[in-house]
Each structure stands twice: as structure tokens, then as C-alpha cells.
Design a protein. Structure first.
Length: 132
């Protein structure tokens, strides 16, 4: 089981140069979990794609596919742990949700976020490192 950050989820469901790598992460560990926040972040990414040519129909399908996969794999991280992480780092509250969840469950956060990889090496691991 891993915590998947929004970037990883995007890479899996929106075809791009990181999709193959995301598929390798999924093949290695298919039990992805995420805080419910992923949905808002994912919709924000979809908004950008829609504004740059993705059709609304395509965006709805991508969102539906992602929800179908992750809807029952959402866990709310500890508010206390999130606040502690905010106080001890310069990371956003949003990013701290993913870290808090990984630490709460003692599992890895698989992410492409360089700041999280640098700041939280105890739990954050890159996609490339995870699939090795």
C-alpha cells in the first residue's frame, strides 16, 4: 500500500510522458490511497487541460475513471499531524496532507514533488526510485 499524490494520479489517468512510469508504480503496488483532497487538486489539473483543448466529455471521463479507482481508497489524515507538519516545514497544507497520511499509516508517499522528496525523505519516494 502506498500514498499516491495528485501528480502520480494525474500521470496515470491523463496520458503523457510520465504515464508509463505511473503504470509501473501501479504494477508494483496497486493499493493506492490518498486523502480526499486529491479530488480537488485533480479537478484543478483537469481545468487546465480543458482550457488548453481537452473536451468536457474527455475531462468527465478521466474524472470518472479516477474516482472509480480511488473513491473507496480515501483516508482522512490526522488534522493534528497535518498542523505539526505545517509548523515544521515550508510545505503547503495541501502537501502536508499526503505526508501526514503516509506517516500515519507508516507507508511510502510516492511523489514527483521535489520539495516533498527533499523535505521528507523518511516517507517520500520518487516514482523512479519506487519502481527500482
Amino acid at each position: 500500500m502506498i500514498v499516491a499524490d495528485t501528480n502520480l494520479i494525474v500521470y496515470l489517468f491523463i496520458t503523457g510522458d510520465q504515464t508509463l512510469l505511473a503504470q509501473k508504480v501501479l504494477a508494483k503496488d496497486a493499493q493506492w490511497i490518498a486523502p480526499p483532497l486529491w479530488q480537488s487538486e485533480f479537478r484543478s489539473v483537469l481545468a487546465s487541460y480543458v482550457r488548453h483543448g481537452m473536451t468536457l466529455l474527455e475531462a468527465r471521463q478521466v474524472m470518472s475513471d479516477a474516482l472509480q479507482t480511488l473513491e473507496k481508497r480515501q483516508i482522512i489524515p490526522s488534522h493534528e499531524k497535518i498542523l505539526e507538519l505545517i509548523a515544521e516545514s515550508d510545505c503547503t497544507a495541501y502537501d502536508c496532507e499526503f505526508v501526514a497520511l503516509a506517516r500515519q499509516l507508516s507507508i511510502q508517499l510516492v511523489t514527483a514533488d521535489k520539495q516533498l522528496l527533499k523535505r521528507f525523505p523518511d516517507c517520500a519516494v520518487s516514482l523512479e526510485e519506487f519502481v527500482k
